[in-house]
Design a protein around this ligand. Structure first.
Ligand SMILES: *[C@@H]1O[C@H](CO)[C@@H](O)[C@H](O)[C@H]1NC(C)=O
Ligand SMILES: *[C@@H]1O[C@H](CO)[C@@H](O)[C@H](O)[C@H]1NC(C)=O
Ligand SMILES: *[C@@H]1O[C@H](CO)[C@@H](O)[C@H](O)[C@H]1NC(C)=O
Ligand SMILES: *[C@@H]1O[C@H](CO)[C@@H](O)[C@H](O)[C@H]1NC(C)=O
Length: 449
């Protein structure tokens, strides 16, 4: 029973979870033109569905996803929420924020940001607004603790290339490392690095990613190296090595939630204790992030360049030679927009376009529910000033993000809420407000069956 599952592949698994009125997408089933963007959850929509996590291979066309903001070297002091924006407010302008969040980040003592996981929630995830196409990224943090609680620091691309650090709260002396190519499962790619107690001590975790290798370093010391030259798969005729622009992800999630399969719970160190010392003392389990630094790769041409505006894919193969570093804009005018019509829904656009078809289309994956009403609610939070939309539906998407990712934010406007106390639902039930990493847990379990 192995539980190392690429987060990207796991997210796709969510397509087997019934979400009413949402078109599913996969490599063999692309999204329809009316909802052209395939989110990381494997569901079709517009707006935020076309931003971070939008998989061009599974979308209506390669250009349905909005171009990815190119790498920009950033030193991010994690001592306020000023540069963090909720997923239901972000339209793709990476100059406006360093991080997009789902869940509950909190400032601690003006010196760190806590990613929190209150009892029976699915935790918190931050995703960088810029993408890295190779380069170095490092983060200084203390992990969460306790059986079933996972802390993660990862790179993940929109086609599900992945480079990971993961920490199991039941074993505070080990950093687990892993990598994936396009979300393909391979049980042999993980490796452990030993270190002193990760809950008590800040450590600096670094990923140095070049076209030829991945190096994982802890406190400046090399813990693991993986060379691309060792990843050739002669059967599939490809380098199974991460090679596409990736967002940085930071998260805490409940690997030991009882809705997960036994294999996942075992990997996570056992069932999660929603009555843990940290929950009793502080109201939540948490991971403490201090500094994160992105240093872009230096290439002046070819793979790894970042001297224009954005990245797009020009071929469904989604390998290193299919990325275009170009000048396309990355910013939508509203949550009705897509890569095919970036201006849709703006006040200056024709009003007929934003009519009935817009309101029954999903606009924020994972962070709000589908159905009539969710579109306008999302829109009201976008700052686009569409006043007529705002009234009746506040408390769905917006309320969700301000109160955290518990099931209490699953209001679909149609009374279909089936709260089970905040667990990630699998097997035919709706999943609400799940962070990327929590959804993984659900599907990781399904894979183990
Ligand atoms: C890493 O450590 C965990 C225990 O924390 C263990 O279950 C796993 O097998 C180890 N993986 C490798 C590749 O050694
Ligand atoms: C190589 O690719 C084939 C075909 O996609 C796959 O079945 C196999 O598991 C891969 N081998 C490894 C070691 O990943
Ligand atoms: C970029 O180039 C500078 C100067 O040559 C070097 O110090 C730095 O390590 C390089 N960064 C990366 C990510 O390759
Ligand atoms: C893509 O990777 C292959 C294999 O490592 C390499 O030969 C090729 O030069 C790379 N292409 C680009 C554009 O960097």
């Amino acid at each position: 029973m192995r539980s190392f599952v690429p987060i990207g592949a796991a997210l796709l698994g969510i397509s087997s979870v019934a979400l009413a009125a949402q078109a599913k997408c996969s490599l063999t089933q692309k999204c329809p033109e009316s909802a052209p963007c395939c989110s990381q959850y494997g569901e079709c929509g517009v707006g935020a569905y076309c931003l971070g996590g939008c998989d061009p291979r599974m979308s209506f066309s390669l250009d349905a996803c909005v171009p990815e903001p190119q790498c920009e070297s950033r030193v991010m002091k994690m001592d306020s929420l000023d540069r963090m924006i909720s997923a239901d407010k972000y339209l793709g302008d990476a100059s406006e924020a360093d991080w997009v969040y789902q869940g509950n980040p909190l400032v601690y003592n003006d010196e760190a940001v806590l990613l929190t996981m209150p009892a029976k929630s699915v935790g918190t995830v931050l995703s960088s607004t810029v993408y890295m196409w190779y380069g170095n990224v490092k983060a200084t943090f203390k992990t969460s603790r306790g059986a079933g609680v996972i802390t993660a620091f990862i790179l993940m691309s929109d086609v599900k290339d992945e480079i990971d650090y993961e920490f199991v709260g039941a074993d505070l002396k080990i950093a687990q490392t892993n990598y994936y190519f396009q979300g393909i499962l391979d049980w042999h790619n993980s490796g452990n690095i030993s270190l002193s107690d990760t809950y008590e001590n800040y450590h600096t975790y670094e990923i140095q990613w070049t076209p030829d290798s991945i190096t994982w370093l802890v406190d400046g010391q090399v813990g693991r190296v993986k060379k691309k030259s060792d990843t050739w798969n002669a059967t599939s005729n490809q380098w199974e090595f991460p090679q596409t622009p990736s967002r940085v992800g930071l998260s805490i999630w409940p690997g030991g939630a009882s809705s997960n399969a036994q294999g996942t719970i075992d990997w996570a160190g056992g069932p999660i204790d929603w009555n843990s010392a940290d929950i009793k003392n502080y109201g939540y389990d948490f991971a403490t992030f201090k500094d994160v630094e992105i240093e872009c790769y230096n290439a002046s041409s070819g793979a790894g360049t970042n001297n224009k505006v954005s990245y797009t894919f020009n071929n469904i193969a989604a390998t290193n030679n299919t990325i275009v570093n170009g000048k396309d804009s990355t910013v939508l005018k509203s949550f009705q927009g897509t890569g095919l019509d970036m201006d849709a829904g703006s006040s200056s656009a024709s009003s007929s376009a934003a009519g009935s078809s817009a309101t029954d289309t999903n606009t924020v994956p994972g962070g709000s529910s589908s159905g009539p009403g969710s579109g306008p609610a999302d829109n009201s939070g976008s700052g686009s000033g569409s006043g007529s939309d705002s009234g009746s539906t506040t408390g769905t998407a917006a309320g969700c993000s301000s109160t955290g990712f518990s099931q209490s934010c699953d209001s679909s406007g149609s009374g279909s809420s089936k709260s089970d106390g905040g667990r990630v639902a699998v097997g035919g039930e709706r999943v609400f407000g799940a962070s990327a990493f929590a959804v993984v847990v659900a599907f990781a379990g399904m894979l183990m069956l």
